[in-house]
Design a binder for this molecule. Structure first.
Ligand code: PMP
Length: 425
């Protein structure tokens, strides 16, 4: 007989450090496009996409074929020892895809956190400065320097003591929660007055749309003001596109919608359709500020992940997935907006492209108490959902862009049913 989720959860609890949390108590046996099956044979519609990793779906046939073909040749040499063409080709593609009308260079790594850390290293080397400005509710990863940039203590750095100095926190603009663009800019000026001269700041890092923080998008006008500030003071603007990148927001990078370009862009997650690949792309002269040997890593830009990334980029073109992100996003937003009239707790439905958030509030206050219930009730009905947000009151939809409409609609129908039970039940 197959193992049960419960048995495997018990083994997990005994063997795996509790710091590695788990949202759904399920063990998965198989996955295809937007469907996953657990070890007990139950089928689920996957609206989580491995946290924004599966814009091209689970095991897209072309991604799978590319990785299988690479496996027939070799799986590892370490690019820093013996190179391979696919790494160079991924860099060439990213130099094209990342916004910015200037010569660019790219370096590849494995995780989003690693990309963030290397972006900061490059900015420090280029500017010869050590300070970094990050934003409230920003998420940049769990490794130690990325964690210092992440703007949420519990659970990410709780119990670990103070994170590294030289990180200054500005307010992220979010009208819904009372932070205007002017207030956000003023918070940076306050840092310059109280904490550090602009000439000590190497970089300002932000997500064009905050991911874990709650899917709040920076506006093009805010981005333009940041760009101007950075230009005035010789500060590098780093766009962390780990979650927004690879087509989720309806353009390959969200910064394409912001009217200005970052000096350095991070990417990871969906860029390789489920294989671990991350990287940074930036102005060529900035990227070259680090001398030979200062960037890299044993597995960075693994041949298998590079093969997957090249296939992902091709699939985006062949299947017109950017257009799909927009039509899918419109479809999901329209459906949930209709539900808004039935459930007063749905305060806002928002999102660029197919990066959709549903913010739950009650009496003008964040209502986080509903999210865990929604997740459980949805799972019981065969839908995998995720929440996020500083206040834990945001439901997010990150369904593969390749999911058929009928399946997306089935997932939305489950959400409607669940909202009825949770809000009215
Ligand atoms: N930056 C952003 C914007 C992210 O969303 C994440 C992951 N959620 C990271 C960095 C860290 O990526 P990883 O978990 O691959 O280290």
């Amino acid at each position: 007989m197959n193992k049960t989720n419960e048995q495997l959860m018990a083994r997990r609890q005994a063997a795996v450090a509790q710091g590695v949390s788990q949202i759904h108590p399920l063990f998965i046996e198989r996955a295809e496009n937007a469907t996953v099956w657990d070890v007990e044979g139950r089928e689920y519609i996957d609206f989580a996409g491995g946290i924004a990793v599966l814009n091209t779906g689970h095991l897209h046939p072309k991604v799978k074929a590319a990785v299988q073909a690479q496996l027939d040749d070799f799986s590892h040499t370490c690019f820093m020892v013996l190179a391979y063409e696919s790494y160079v080709e991924v860099c060439e593609k990213l130099n094209q895809l990342v916004p910015g009308d200037f010569a660019k260079k790219t370096a590849l790594f494995t995780s989003g956190s690693e990309a963030v850390e290397n972006a900061v290293k490059v900015a420090r080397a280029y500017t010869k400065r050590a300070g970094v400005i990050a934003f409230t509710s920003g998420y940049h990863g769990r490794t130690i320097a990325a964690l210092a940039l992440t703007g949420k203590v519990a659970p990410y750095s709780k119990g670990m003591g103070l994170m590294s100095a030289n990180v200054f926190r500005a307010e992220f603009p979010c009208e819904l929660h009372g932070v205007s663009e002017d207030a956000a800019m003023a918070s940076i000026e306050r840092i310059f007055k109280n904490d550090a001269e602009p000439s000590d700041i190497a970089a300002i890092i932000l997500e064009p749309v905050q991911g874990e923080g709650g899917f709040y998008a920076a506006t093009p006008s805010f981005m333009k003001r940041l760009r101007e500030l950075c230009d005035t003071h010789g500060i590098m603007l780093i766009a962390d596109e780990v979650q927004t990148g690879a087509g989720r927001t309806g353009t390959f990078f969200a910064m394409e919608q912001m009217g200005v370009a970052a000096d350095i862009t991070t990417f990871a997650k969906s860029i390789a359709g489920g294989f671990p690949l991350s990287g940074i792309t930036g102005r060529a002269e900035v990227m070259d500020a680090i001398t030979a040997g200062g960037l890299g890593g044993t597995y960075g830009g693994s041949p298998l992940a590079c093969a997957a990334a090249l296939a992902v980029i091709e699939v985006f073109e062949q299947e017109k997935l950017l257009e799909r992100a927009n039509t899918l996003g419109t479809r999901i937003k329209a459906s949930i907006t209709t539900m808004q009239s039935k459930y007063s707790q749905i305060a806002e439905v928002r999102g660029l492209g197919a990066m959709i958030a549903i913010e739950l509030m009650e009496n003008g206050q964040p209502a986080p108490q509903y999210c865990p219930k929604v997740l459980v009730e949805a799972r019981n009905r065969g839908l995998i959902l995720l929440s996020c947000g500083t206040y834990g009151n945001v439901l997010r939809v990150l369904v593969p862009l390749t999911a058929p409409d009928a399946q997306v609609d089935a997932g939305l129908a489950i959400m409607d049913e669940v909202f009825n039970v949770v809000f009215n039940g």
